[in-house]
Design a protein. Sequence first.
Length: 200
Amino acid sequence: MTRIAFVRHGQTSWNATDRFQGSSNIELNDTGRGQAHQAAGWLLANLPDARWDFVRYSPLSRAAETGAIIADAVSIDRRSALPTLTERDWGAAEGLTFEGCVERWPLMGQVDEFAARELIPGAEPGSLVVERGRYAISTLVDQFPEAQAICATHGTVLRMTMNDVFGGQIGFIPNTGIVVIDAWREDGAVCAELIAKSWD
């Protein structure tokens, strides 16, 4: 069984102004760095018996720095990028607010927000986002069947993957929100159990 603590990256200036980030390489701001330290504190306080083996992170700098801050705080030397953890590419919407998107593409204003996101020109298909997220889990399960890993990633890829894995709406994941799962392979399929999350 592999234990994985997924952590959404800390706040950036684009998070603070509600802009789509996607594949844009936006750095953490000072608030985000503080949030990453708080996330490390949550892991230490709520999973005190954990023996974290390594940190994997999205190659985008905001997730990589979040992962590095947490790794330093919990004394993990092994850390490396896992490209499948990168955020959904939002195509033409990157850098825009949702309201700005509706101004450009009025059809987005006629459906609920999550459905509207599927109308963004050039956005990565949701099915591929989920496939990447599931592949990240299966990679960790197959390569490290007894390990405990911390994975710094992004809000959309994490939310969509968890919703698919657990068959329900996990809801909005805040900056440095943490989702802890146990995952294993059974009869060829990867199975998972939700252990904890850090927000209500």
